[in-house]
Design a protein around this ligand. Structure first.
Ligand code: GLN
Ligand code: ZN
Length: 763
C-alpha cells in the first residue's frame, strides 16, 4: 500500500533546545544526564509531530548530538588514535572531542576535519581512516533509539549512513589507504547492526547512500553491488530501503536497480526529466519505489498537482502497492515549523512550507494515491489557488531590475589592469602581511545588545553607540597586536547573509527558521522571493567610521553574490544564475560606494562558492561560469588602486583553484588548517598568480596554536608560493570564538609572521 514516509527530521528543536543543552554541557553548566534528557524529549516530540502530520513510517536515528556521519564513525569505532579512545563502549566526551578538539586537563587534541555535506550548507565530520584501520561495533545508538521509540508506541524505520557512502566520504591522512579496500572490514559491523535491529523488532531500515547519485567509477559501482549483496544475505527478515538524494541516479541507475534490496528512494526534485520513466521501465514487482516529490531543500509550498501527476504515472506503471511518497531528502535542511512565524505577512506565508508542513504535503499526496484525488479534493484545490497566486503576484517582479541585469556586458566584469599592475598601485605593506577574516568574537554582550535593540530596551542611538565602542576597542586591540590590515569586527551583523538581505529588496526573514550549519551552529537563511535591488548603502557607515579611527587600512567587508544566494532559500521561479546576477549588481553598487568613501581594501566573501558546485561534474562549467561572472560583476568597477580580497572556507580547493584565478581578486584568504595539506598539494601542481592567505589556524576549535606551529605552517607555504604572495591570517572569521583565545592566537600569528620578515638592515 502507498505510504507516506520521511527520511529525517531536524534534531535541533523548534526553539533550539538542543543547542542550549549541548553548549551548556560543553561549558560544564548542564550535567550529561540533562543533555541526554533533552535529546530524548526532542526525539519523542519529533516522532509525535510526524505522526500527527500523517506520516506512516517515521525515521529514528536521524537525531544526532552533533552530526550523523560522526555518529556513524562512533557506530563502527572509526576513532583516530589521537583521541586515546580505550576501545570500550563509546562515550560522549570522546564524541565531542572528535567533533571539536579538546584543550584542557592536559589534553591537546585537534578536531576532525569538517566539510560541507554535498551541496548543502550543513557540515559533516569527515571520517578519518588510518593505515591498518579496523572497525567494530562501538555504539548501539541506532538500536537504542529504535527501542526508545518502540517503547513510546512508534514503530520507526532506523536510518543509517550507508557503508559505501561512509567510506567515500572519508579520508586518509597518513599513508595511502584505498577507501574501498576497507569495505570488507566494515560490512560485518553493519551486518551486526542489522542483526541487532532485527532482534529489536525493526521491519524497515533506511540506508542513506547519497554517493550513489554522484559520478562514480566502475570500481565504486562494483563496491556498491558487493556491499549490498553481503548485507542482503545478512539482513535476516529486515527490509532495506536504499535512499539516494540531491541528484538523479542517471548513469548509476542500473547499479541501483541491481542492488538486492527491498526498496529504493530517488530524489525526483533534483533528478532530471526522464528519470522517472527510466525508473518505471521494468521496475521489479514487489520492490518499493520511494519517490521524493516534495522539495526537502527549499521552503516553497509544493505544487501538489505536479507532484501528484508524477505519482499517478508511477501508480499506473508499478501499482500502488510498491509506491511510497516522501520528501526528496532528509528535512534537516529546512526549518521546523512555519506556524511559529508570526511576523511574515499572510500572503508570503501562504507560499511557504517548512518541515512540518512538508510532511502534511507528503501525507496528502499519499492519501491521493491510496484513496483517489476525490479524497483530498479540498486540499488540492486550495493548493492550486495558492500556487497560481504566487506565480502572478506583482510583488516579485521589478522591471527596472530585470532591465539592468539584461544590460550587463563583458566590460562590466573586468578590472582595468592585470593584478601585476594593480599591485603596484595598491597599499604598501610589509612582507607576509597579517590580517583577519572579518568578524571578531560575537560575545554574549554583543548579542544581548542586539536583543535589547530588538526588544526596544535600547534606543537605536544607544545601540549605535555600543557598536561604535566595540569597533573602536577592537581596532585598538588590533593595533596593539600589530596586525597590518584591520577589520571593524562585524559586531553590527547578526549573520553575514542576513545582514545584507535585511537591507535589500526582494528578501524576507523568519523569526524561527533555523537550520543546522554544523554542531550547535545554526543559521537562519533569508528567503529570496522577488527581484533583488539595493535601495541604499549598507556598510559604508560603519566601514568609514572604523577607518576614521585608525591610520592603518581597514577592510570593507561584504558578502558575495554567490554566497548570499547559496545561503538563502532561493526563489524557484527563475534560474539561480539570474538571481545571482541581480545580487551581484546590488553588491557592485555597495563596492562603488565604499571605494568612493575612501576604503582602499574591500573583501567580498565567497565561502559558499565551492558548495554551490553541482554534484555532477557535467554541470560544473555552466555553474562556474555564472558564479565567477557574478563575483567579477560585483568587483569589476573599482580602480586599480583598490585592493579586492575574497575569502573562502571549507572548500575542496582542488576543484576550484583554477576558478579562483578567474575571479581575479587581488588577495584570497582561504581555509587550510583543518584539511591537512590539501591546499599545499594543490598549489604544488598549480601556480596561483595573485596573493593568497592560506589560513594558518583552525578557528572552529577553541585551541590556541603556538607561534611555532603557525611558523611551521607558513614555512610549508613558502615551499609552494613566492614570499610576496603570502598573507598571514586565520582560517575564517572569529565570531564564534572567545576574546581570550582570539588574542592569544593572533599574538602568536603576528609573531610567526614577523619572524619570517627580513630583519631591517642599516641604521
Ligand atoms: N567575513 C566573515 C567573517 O569573518 C566571513 C565568514 C565566513 O567565511 N563564513 O565572519
Ligand atoms: Zn570563512
Amino acid at each position: 500500500m502507498t505510504i507516506a514516509h520521511n527520511l529525517g527530521f531536524p534534531p535541533l528543536g523548534a526553539h533550539r533546545e538542543l543547542k542550549r543543552a549541548t553548549e551548556g554541557y560543553w561549558s560544564g553548566k548542564v550535567p550529561q544526564a540533562a543533555l541526554l534528557q533533552t535529546g530524548a524529549e526532542l526525539r519523542a516530540a519529533h516522532w509525535r509531530l510526524q505522526r500527527d502530520a500523517g506520516v506512516d513510517l517515521i525515521p529514528s536515528n536521524d537525531f544526532s548530538y552533533y552530526d550523523r556521519v560522526l555518529d556513524a564513525c562512533a557506530m563502527v569505532g572509526a576513532v583516530p588514535t589521537r583521541y586515546g579512545w580505550s576501545g570500550g563502549s563509546f562515550d560522549l566526551d570522546t564524541y565531542f572531542a572528535m567533533a571539536r578538539g579538546v584543550q584542557s586537563g592536559g589534553r591537546d587534541v585537534t578536531a576532525m576535519e569538517m566539510t560541507k555535506w554535498f551541496d548543502t550548507n550543513y557540515h559533516y565530520i569527515v571520517p578519518e581512516f588510518e593505515p591498518g584501520q579496523t572497525f567494530r561495533l562501538a555504539s548501539t545508538k541506532v538500536v537504542d533509539e529504535f527501542t526508545e521509540a518502540k517503547a513510546l508506541g512508534f514503530h520507526t524505520k532506523p536510518v543509517l549512513i550507508g557503508p559505501v557512502t561512509f567510506l567515500l566520504l572519508g579520508k586518509t591522512r597518513a599513508g595511502r589507504v584505498d577507501r574501498l579496500d576497507l569495505v570488507d572490514a566494515l560490512l560485518p559491523v553493519y551486518a551486526d547492526v542489522l542483526g541487532r535491529l532485527d532482534a529489536a523488532g525493526a521491519t524497515w531500515v533506511q540506508i542513506d547512500e547519497p554517493c550513489l547519485a554522484l559520478d562514480r567509477t566502475p570500481a565504486e559501482r562494483a563496491a556498491y553491488v558487493r556491499a549490498y549483496r553481503f548485507l542482503a544475505d545478512r539482513a535476516h527478515g529486515l527490509k532495506l530501503l536504499v535512499t539516494t538524494y540531491f541528484a538523479g541516479l542517471d548513469d548509476n541507475l542500473a547499479t541501483a536497480r541491481e542492488l538486492p534490496v527491498a526498496g529504493l528512494h530517488v530524489d525526483l526534485v533534483r533528478a532530471g526529466g526522464g528519470q522517472l520513466d527510466q525508473l518505471l521501465k521494468a521496475w521489479p514487482k514487489g520492490r518499493v519505489l520511494s519517490l521524493g516529490v516534495i522539495d526537502g531543500r527549499n521552503i516553497w509550498r509544493a505544487d501538489l498537482a505536479t507532484a501528484l501527476g508524477q505519482l499517478e504515472r508511477a501508480r499506473e506503471r508499478i501499482g500502488a502497492d510498491d509506491l511510497w511518497v516522501a520528501p526528496s531528502c532528509s528535512l534537516l535542511h529546512v526549518p521546523v515549523d512555519l506556524d511559529l512565524e508570526h511576523r511574515l505577512d499572510a500572503q508570503l506565508k501562504s507560499w511557504l512550507a517548512f518541515a512540518t508542513q512538508k510532511l502534511v504535503e507528503v501525507a496528502t499526496l499519499a492519501r491521493a494515491i491510496r484513496d483517489g484525488r476525490a479524497a483530498v479534493a479540498a486540499e488540492l484545490e486550495a493548493n492550486a489557488r495558492l500556487i497560481a497566486g504566487r506565480r502572478s503576484s506583482r510583488r516579485i517582479h521589478e522591471p527596472a531590475v530585470k532591465q539592468r541585469a539584461a544590460g550587463v556586458s563583458e566590460k562590466d566584469m573586468r578590472r582595468a589592469s592585470p593584478h601585476a599592475t594593480r599591485r603596484k598601485r595598491q597599499l604598501r605593506l610589509p612582507l607576509f602581511p597579517t590580517t583577519t577574516i572579518g568578524s571578531f568574537p560575537q560575545t554574549a554582550e554583543v548579542r544581548a545588545a542586539r536583543k535589547q535593540l530588538h526588544d526596544g530596551k535600547l534606543t537605536p542611538q544607544e545601540y549605535d553607540a555600543f557598536i561604535a565602542d566595540q569597533i573602536a576597542r577592537t581596532l585598538k586591540l588590533q593595533e596593539e597586536l600589530g596586525l597590518d590590515v584591520l577589520v571593524h569586527g562585524e559586531f553590527e551583523r547578526n549573520d553575514m547573509v542576513e545582514y545584507f538581505g535585511e537591507q535589500l529588496q526582494g528578501f524576507a526573514f523568519t523569526e524561527h527558521g533555523w537550520v543546522q550549519s554544523y554542531g550547535t551552529r545554526y543559521v537562519k537563511p533569508p528567503l529570496i522571493y522577488g527581484d533583488v535591488s539595493r535601495p541604499k548603502p549598507m556598510t559604508v557607515r560603519w566601514s568609514t567610521y572604523a577607518q576614521s579611527r585608525t591610520s592603518k587600512p581597514v577592510k570593507g567587508m561584504l558578502t558575495g553574490p554567490v554566497t548570499i544566494l547559496q545561503w538563502s532559500f532561493v526563489r524557484d521561479d527563475q534560474p539561480r544564475a539570474e538571481t545571482a546576477k541581480q545580487l551581484a549588481l546590488a553588491i557592485r553598487d555597495e563596492v562603488k560606494d565604499l571605494e568612493a568613501a575612501g576604503i582602499r581594501v574591500i573583501q567580498i566573501d565567497e565561502p559558499a562558492l565551492r558548495e554551490g558546485l553541482p554534484l555532477r561534474r557535467a554541470e560544473w562549467p555552466a555553474y562556474l561560469d555564472w558564479a565567477v561572472n557574478a563575483f567579477r560583476l560585483a568587483t569589476g568597477s573599482v580602480s586599480d588602486a583598490t585592493q579586492i580580497h575574497t575569502h573562502m572556507c571549507y572548500s575542496e580547493f582542488n576543484d576550484v583553484i583554477r576558478v579562483i584565478e578567474k575571479m581575479d581578486a587581488d588577495v584570497i584568504s582561504i581555509e587550510n588548517a583543518r584539511s591537512g595539506s590539501e591546499l599545499l598539494e594543490a598549489l604544488k601542481e598549480y601556480k596561483y598568480p595573485n596573493e593568497i592567505g592560506p589560513g594558518v589556524y583552525d578557528i572552529h576549535s577553541p585551541r590556541v596554536p603556538s607561534a611555532a606551529e603557525i611558523g611551521a605552517a607558513l614555512k610549508r607555504m613558502q615551499g609552494v608560493l613566492n614570499d610576496r604572495q603570502i598573507w598571514v591570517n586565520p582560517d575564517c572569521g572569529l565570531k564564534t570564538r572567545g576574546w581570550e583565545e582570539t588574542l592569544q592566537a593572533l599574538r602568536n600569528m603576528v609573531q610567526a609572521a614577523r619572524q619570517l620578515r627580513p630583519v631591517p638592515t642599516g641604521g
